[in-house]
Design a protein around this ligand. Structure first.
Ligand SMILES: [Zn+2]
Ligand SMILES: [Zn+2]
Length: 219
């Protein structure tokens, strides 16, 4: 599914596997980056969808993980095997991936377990900037749903696109959620005034008003 001329949705319940959170792809000047990886239940399908959108999966240099939850990360290792990409996550969630913690990563919610996953780049600051082809991607720490939850922003077709993923939560003690952090993060996401919101489970929202209303509804 094409979202802008550089951004596509290549995975999710209707595109890859019923348990997968949305997987988004940025394609710029022949270079590809993925945002989240699904559960791993249908990685081949995700790779096929990438090709159908004009990408060469082997030119994927970066896989950004918005947080450690299994529906977003279970497929990360297999995607790295197939593409040689590096995996990027905030350090506060990377530790649960590297430890293979099936509770904090919510793998147990899916009747599965988290295989220890090495994270190549651990972001420790509030914001780090990456590039994909000709595009600049900001990776911003937005804790609350999980300790290391992060959002990404990119400008495409003149529009500010926000990859908020699990904007909706939920908050749960076993996920080490923090309500005050979550509220602050939602307020920050609203302040960005994004034109497009790519969410992890609720689809894609277009227009500043729709984006703001969706995020505000969880405050
Ligand atoms: Zn989550
Ligand atoms: Zn999720």
């Amino acid at each position: 599914m094409k979202i802008t001329s550089d951004i596509f949705e290549v995975g999710g319940p209707s595109l890859s596997h019923p348990s997968d959170a949305a997987v988004y792809m940025i394609l710029s000047e022949g270079e590809t980056a993925l945002i989240d990886a699904g559960t791993g239940g249908a990685t081949q399908r995700i790779l096929k969808n990438m090709k159908m959108c004009g990408a060469q999966p082997e030119k994927t240099r970066q896989l950004f993980l918005t947080h450690c939850h299994y529906d977003h990360t279970g497929g990360a290792a297999e995607i790295r095997e197939h593409t040689g990409c590096r995996i990027i996550a905030h350090e506060l969630d990377a530790r649960y991936l590297e430890a293979g913690d099936s509770e904090v990563t919510a793998a147990s919610w899916y009747g599965s377990f988290m295989q220890p996953l090495s994270v190549d780049v651990k972001v420790s600051e509030k914001k780090r900037t990456f590039t994909v082809g000709g595009l600049q991607i900001d990776f911003v720490h937005t804790p609350g749903h999980s300790p290391g939850s992060s959002a990404l922003t990119v400008r495409s077709d003149g529009l500010l696109v926000l990859f908020g993923q699990d904007v909706h939560g939920p908050l749960n003690d076993s996920l080490l959620s923090n309500r005050n952090d979550y509220i602050r993060s939602l307020e920050f996401l609203i302040s960005l005034e994004a034109d497009i919101l790519c969410e992890g489970h609720f689809g894609v929202y277009h227009g500043k008003d729709e984006v703001r209303d969706f995020i505000e509804s969880f405050l």
